[in-house]
Design a protein around this ligand. Structure first.
Ligand SMILES: *[C@@H]1O[C@H](CO)[C@@H](O)[C@H](O)[C@H]1NC(C)=O
Ligand SMILES: *[C@@H]1O[C@H](CO)[C@@H](O)[C@H](O)[C@H]1NC(C)=O
Ligand SMILES: *[C@@H]1O[C@H](CO)[C@@H](O)[C@H](O)[C@H]1NC(C)=O
Ligand SMILES: *[C@@H]1O[C@H](CO)[C@@H](O)[C@H](O)[C@H]1NC(C)=O
Length: 741
């Protein structure tokens, strides 16, 4: 009964958050009597079993521990909070401080034979059951004093042989992270004096290895993880089990088929505990219970001050779109200190002009360009130093490969109220993301059991992970822990390591979709308008930048496609950026054909109806353009020339034509050698040129009001004999393909 109480409570809490009010009210009514009974039992147990821990700071690990205790209605007395830690470096020996605090705390209980003392560490411990179950396991052990056990003899390995033998995969050695016992025995255990800096584990080990004392105290080790599980070296011994119906996450020890109730991430296993912790203690039940627990209410009159650190450590495509997403963040710019770092000459101008033009709207603005020659480490450190100087409440790092698609992202992250939190960003339709679910032994990437599900959003929630990059929000309380310096690691890995070492949890949230990563791999910056070349590596962003905003509406059967002349169809296909970039690419290349019949770019070397043009192949874009035809042109063709399916479309001739009064101003009537031809206007009549257009002789019909980014599509041979009309002023550019010749 006691164990189900928190479940009911949380279930009704969830209903209150989600479904209709009436459902939650009736649920609360049903739950009420059980809650009273359970609470009474729980109260008695809390009187009988006194739970102690030592913690000098309310770290994230401590908060997690207390949360797990609260979930199971376990009252914990924390010793040492606010005091200076006197146990030496916690990573190595130390911990006599814990013993001295505990001895003092239980002095008054030392004669109470019915009172049970449960002691646990807290920064790396999680409860996964209530006191009734813990008590039952303790009683079953037959011990008067039961210690957790682990696989390694520490800190004095030479004592290993003195331990009693154990069978099979049992844990032979004492671990001081958790123990339980009757008050008189626990007090007797702590009899000997110890320096604050002495080693608690060694202290208890010596008692245990003294057979007379061991017998007298009724002291045993929990060698089969019936109550306690130490995780170091036990990765293959345990299995996470999450029962979504009961919202109960537990670890099973598969060597002994036991379900330990108190989990300790001792030694190097803290990262493992963090990963399990995402599911233990009713943290996750299909919906993220934990996500709703500590929200920060944003006070619009008094929003946190944030240093917005825009980092450009590498050349990226679509930097214009990135800056636009930064500009659109829904957060008052007067509460943001802008810091921009560029290590890339290609992006310096854009960074400088953003800072100069937008900077005045921000609380302050500062930028560093590639000429300043700060490496990424220094750039990140400088951003952090600024945040400290500015007394910012947070720093929000955003790298240029993170495209924010949800302008609410910053507010959402603030509401999560964590020292470190990041949105999950991944490359579009790929598993490459901005976090790692696990670490390899040498500190690099390892895949966790839930990584794919989190990236794909099959599991939705907030997850404590060992490594985050690219976009993250850090609270000021974590500023001093951050170190970018490292001999072996890049700045991100160095930062994450320093946060892990400081016990600061890095959470990622995929509760909402906030944006995605662009792919900067193989980004060739030596070409003119390099973004244009990235259709294959970044189809999503390429489409956003280069395809006409209204493109997809034309795929709807109910939309009528305009026909300016019979069987000449007119589509909105590409953006102004497409036209401008492609014209710039062609003009930079500059080798326009001479307009004569001799054309060595063609197989026969002869062109019957020559134009002044440049082929896509000449600028390295032929393959890309064929892909463009396949993805974007073919579906439009299928809408208007019903029954003709050729996938992919073939086209040997994809070229831009330039018409000028003083060069080639028109083109005589001709047939195209194609099944159908497309003709995309690359600039605007009346603005960039005068005259021009296309005349279809059979129908005596002309299209002269062509529109930039719009495409004409018409049959090639036979019916659509046509000519290019005279350009009287300026320069007209069109992009032509003869499809399925
Ligand atoms: C970048 O493009 C240039 C010009 O097309 C080409 O010569 C070069 O090989 C490309 N570099 C890479 C790494 O693809
Ligand atoms: C898309 O269509 C809408 C409605 O017809 C129009 O207002 C808008 O200007 C079009 N977008 C572009 C880029 O032409
Ligand atoms: C197609 O257009 C019609 C009419 O505008 C609209 O009702 C329908 O939802 C559209 N279909 C799709 C798939 O967008
Ligand atoms: C073609 O149309 C124009 C006007 O649109 C007209 O003046 C001309 O006579 C027509 N030519 C033929 C051969 O019908």
């Amino acid at each position: 009964m006691a164990a189900t109480m928190p479940l009911l409570f949380l279930a009704s809490l969830l209903l209150l958050q989600g479904a209709s009010a009436s459902a939650s009210e009736s649920d609360a009514d049903v739950a009420a009597p059980e809650v009273v009974v359970a609470a009474a039992t729980q109260q008695n147990l809390n009187e009988k079993i006194k739970v102690f821990t030592v913690a000098t700071e309310p770290t994230d690990g401590y908060r997690r521990y207390v949360r797990s205790a609260n979930v199971y209605d376990i009252e914990v007395t924390t010793l040492g909070m606010g005091e200076e830690w006197q146990g030496g470096d916690m990573k190595s020996a130390g911990g006599g401080f814990k013993i001295n605090l505990l001895r003092k705390a239980i002095e008054d209980l030392k004669d109470e034979e019915d009172t049970i003392i449960l002691f646990t560490d807290s920064y790396d411990v999680i409860f996964t059951a209530a006191l009734d179950e813990i008590l039952e396991k303790f009683k079953e052990s037959g011990a008067k004093l039961l210690f957790s056990a682990e696989k390694y003899c520490w800190p004095d390995k030479s004592l290993a042989d003195q331990y009693p033998e154990v069978e099979g995969k049992a844990s032979r050695f004492l671990n001081s992270g958790a123990f339980i016992g009757y008050a008189p025995q626990v007090y007797a255990l702590l009899e000997e004096a110890i320096e604050n800096t002495g080693d608690d584990q060694l202290y208890f080990t010596k008692v245990f290895l003294d057979e007379a004392k061991r017998a007298k105290l009724g002291m045993k080790l929990d060698t089969q993880s019936r109550l306690f599980q130490n995780l170091h070296g036990a990765k293959n011994d345990v299995k996470l089990k999450v029962d979504l119906d009961s919202n109960q996450g537990t670890l099973q020890n598969i060597d002994f088929m036991t379900t330990p109730l108190i989990i300790h991430g001792n030694g190097l296993s803290k990262v493992d505990l963090n990963a399990y912790g995402n599911y233990l203690a009713k943290t996750f039940s299909g919906v993220c219970t934990f996500c709703l627990e500590y929200p920060l209410e944003l006070d619009e009159q008094n929003l946190p001050i944030i240093t917005l650190a825009v980092m450009v450590p590498q050349a990226v495509p679509f930097f214009d779109m990135f800056l636009a997403s930064i500009e659109k963040l829904n957060y008052p710019k007067e509460s943001l200190h802008l810091f921009m770092y560029s290590n890339v000459a290609l992006h310096d101008d854009a960074v400088e002009s953003y800072a100069n033009n937008q900077g005045k709207n921000y609380a302050s603005a500062k930028f560093v360009l590639s000429v300043d020659e700060l490496d990424e480490r220094q750039g990140r450190q400088l951003a952090l130093d600024k945040a400290k100087l500015q007394h910012s409440d947070y720093i929000f790092f955003v790298d240029a490969d993170a495209h924010i698609d949800d302008s609410e992202v910053l507010r959402e992250l603030l509401r999560m109220n964590k020292q470190f939190v990041a949105p999950v960003f991944s490359k579009y339709h790929e598993l490459w993301s901005n976090f790692w679910g696990a670490l390899s032994e040498n500190g690099y990437y390892a895949r966790s059991h839930d990584y794919v599900d989190i990236v794909k959003r099959d599991l939705i929630g907030m997850f404590n992970v060992p490594h985050v990059t690219t976009i993250y929000l850090i609270k000021h309380s974590a500023f001093d822990a951050i170190k970018f310096e490292h001999n072996d690691f890049d700045p991100d890995m160095a930062m994450c390591e320093s946060l892990r070492n400081a016990g600061i949890f890095m959470y990622v949230s995929n509760q909402r979709y906030h944006g995605h990563l662009i792919n900067a791999d193989n980004f060739n910056t030596t070409v003119v308008r390099p973004d244009f070349y990235t259709l294959f590596s970044n189809q999503y962003d390429w489409t956003l930048k280069y395809i006409h905003q209204n493109y997809s509406t034309q795929l709807n059967e109910s939309m009528v496609i305009p026909q300016p002349c019979p069987d000449v169809f007119w589509f909105q296909i590409v953006s102004d950026a497409f036209c401008d970039d492609l014209v710039a690419i062609m003009e930079a290349y500059g080798k326009w054909s001479d307009g004569s019949n001799n054309d060595n770019r063609l197989e026969g070397g002869y062109e019957a109806v020559p134009t002044r043009d440049i082929h896509m192949r000449q600028v390295g874009l032929d393959t890309l353009y064929l892909k463009f035809l396949q993805i974007f042109v073919r579906p439009l063709q299928e809408r208007v020339f019903t029954g003709y399916y050729h996938n992919p479309p073939r086209s040997l001739m994809n070229f831009m034509v330039r018409y000028r009064p003083d060069e080639q101003p028109f083109l005589r009537p001709h047939h195209d050698s194609s099944t159908y031809t497309i003709n995309i206007a690359m600039n605007s009549v009346g603005i960039d040129y005068e005259g021009g257009g296309c005349h279809f002789l059979r129908y005596n019909c002309s299209v002269t009001e062509t529109k930039k980014g719009w495409m004409l599509m018409h049959p090639g041979r036979l019916t659509h004999f046509h000519e290019g009309l005279l350009v009287t002023k300026g320069t007209r550019y069109i992009m032509i393909s003869f499809i399925d010749p």
